[in-house]
Ligand binder design. Structure first.
Ligand code: UDP
Length: 339
C-alpha cells in the first residue's frame, strides 16, 4: 500500500499546524518536524512530533526513511520581514541553506514530492495596482522575499523532485473550532494587532501610511484564511501524487482590502472602539498586493471559501481563547525580563 505519511517541516507553526489538521482529516498522517524556534508543541495534535532542525540533513533523511514519507511539506522558515532586514544571514541560513538540506535529505531518502511555502514577497513592489499573476516580475525588496525566491529556484532545479510552490498573500484567521491559531511574538501583522487593540491588549493601532496611491490612501492587501491555505496544501499534495509537474501558484482571494477597511471591519465585528493613530509609511511596504488566483483555481482546483468577516470572527475568537491568552502573558513577561 502507498504510504500516507507526510513529513511536515515546521508543522508546529501557524500555517503548518492548520495543514496538519486537514491532512489528518483527509486520512494522511502528518509527521511534524520542528525546531520549536517559533512553533509551539501544543499545536501538534494530529500526528507524531520530532524536534529537529532542518539543517540536520542526515537525521532528516533518516526520519524520511523511517516514516517512509510519501511527500514533504516545507513550512520551516524565518518569516518576519523587518527581522530579515536586520539579520539577513540568519534568513539565508534558515531559508536557503535549510531548503538545500531538505532537498539533499529527500534525495538521500528517495522522496520525490514537495509542497513549498513561498510568499507574495517574491514579487517585490508591483508597478501598478493590478492583481498579480505568477509570471509577474520577481524582484523581492527584502531578504525574506529574496531567500524564499532563492529556495523556489533551488527546488525547481532538482531533477528527481516535483514541486508546488505556494505563494501566500496575507495569511490570517484561525481554526474555526478554536483548536489552533496564530501565536507570534512580537506580533507585527495587521489583523492580530487590530484585534489585540480591540481586546485592550494594546493601547492603539498605528496606520503605516495614509498617502499611498490607493482609494483611501492606505495599503491594500489580499487577506486569505489559514484554513483555505491549508486546503490548498492538500490539493497541491494530491496534484503531485497524481503526477503533476512543477508549478508556482498564488494563494489569495483576488480581493483587496485597505488597512482602513480592516480596522473598520474589526470595529464592526467586535463592537469595540479604540484608538487609531496615523503614522508615516513603514519601510518596504508596497501600496497594493493582490493575487490573481486563476492558476490555483485551474491547476489545484482551489478557491478560498472564507470571506473577510469569517477571517476576523475566527481570529477574534482565537485571541480570546485561554491558549492564546496564556501564550501572550507568558511570553510578554519573559521578554520584559530580558529588556
Ligand atoms: N500595517 C499597519 N499597522 C500595523 C501593522 C501593519 O498599518 O500595525 C499595515 C502594513 O503597513 C501593511 C498592511 O498593514 O500595509 C499589512 O501588513 P502585515 O504586516 O500584516 O502584512 P504584510 O503585507 O506586510 O506581509
Amino acid at each position: 500500500m502507498v504510504s500516507k505519511n507526510i513529513l511536515v517541516l515546521g508543522g508546529a507553526g501557524y500555517i503548518g499546524s492548520h495543514t496538519c489538521k486537514k491532512l489528518h482529516a483527509e486520512r494522511f498522517t502528518p509527521i511534524t518536524i520542528d525546531n520549536l524556534s517559533n512553533g509551539h508543541q501544543q499545536s501538534v495534535q494530529w500526528g507524531p512530533f520530532e524536534q529537529l532542525d532542518i539543517l540536520e540533513t542526515d537525521k532528516l533523511a533518516t526520519l524520511m526513511k523511517q516514516y517512509n514519507a510519501q511527500a514533504v511539506m516545507h513550512f520551516a522558515a524565518l518569516i518576519e520581514v523587518a527581522e530579515s532586514v536586520k539579520d539577513p544571514e540568519s534568513f539565508y541560513k534558515n531559508n536557503v541553506l535549510g531548503t538545500k538540506s531538505v532537498l539533499e535529505a529527500m534525495n538521500q531518502a528517495g522522496v520525490h514530492h514537495i509542497v513549498f511555502s513561498s510568499t507574495a514577497a517574491v514579487y517585490g513592489q508591483p508597478a501598478d495596482n493590478n492583481p498579480l499573476k505568477e509570471d509577474a516580475s520577481l524582484s523581492p525588496i527584502n531578504p525574506y522575499g529574496e531567500t524564499k525566491l532563492e529556495a523556489e529556484k533551488l527546488i525547481r532545479a532538482e531533477a528527481n523532485i516535483k514541486s508546488v510552490a505556494l505563494r501566500y498573500f496575507n495569511a490570517c484567521g484561525a481554526d474555526t473550532n478554536g483548536d489552533i491559531g496564530e501565536m507570534h511574538y512580537p506580533e507585527s501583522h495587521l489583523i492580530p494587532l487590530v484585534i489585540q487593540t480591540a481586546l485592550n491588549m494594546r493601547d492603539q493601532i498605528n496606520i503605516f501610511g495614509t498617502d499611498y496611491n490607493t482609494p483611501d490612501g492606505t495599503c491594500v492587501r489580499d487577506y486569505v484564511h489559514v484554513d483555505d491555505l491549508a486546503d490548498a496544501h492538500i490539493n497541491a499534495l494530491k496534484y503531485l501524487i497524481n503526477g503533476g509537474e512543477n508549478v508556482a501558484c498564488n494563494l489569495g482571494s483576488s480581493n483587496g482590502y485597505s488597512v482602513q477597511k480592516i480596522i473598520e471591519s474589526v470595529k464592526n465585528i467586535t463592537q469595540e472602539n479604540f484608538k487609531i493613530v496615523e503614522e508615516k509609511r513603514r519601510t518596504g511596504d508596497s501600496a497594493y498586493l493582490v493575487a490573481d488566483n486563476a492558476r490555483a483555481k485551474e491547476i489545484l482546483n482551489w478557491a478560498p471559501q472564507k470571506d473577510l468577516e469569517t477571517i476576523i470572527e475566527d481570529a477574534y475568537h482565537w485571541h480570546q481563547s485561554d491558549t492564546y491568552k496564556n501564550f501572550w502573558e507568558k511570553i510578554s513577561e519573559r521578554k520584559k525580563e530580558l529588556v
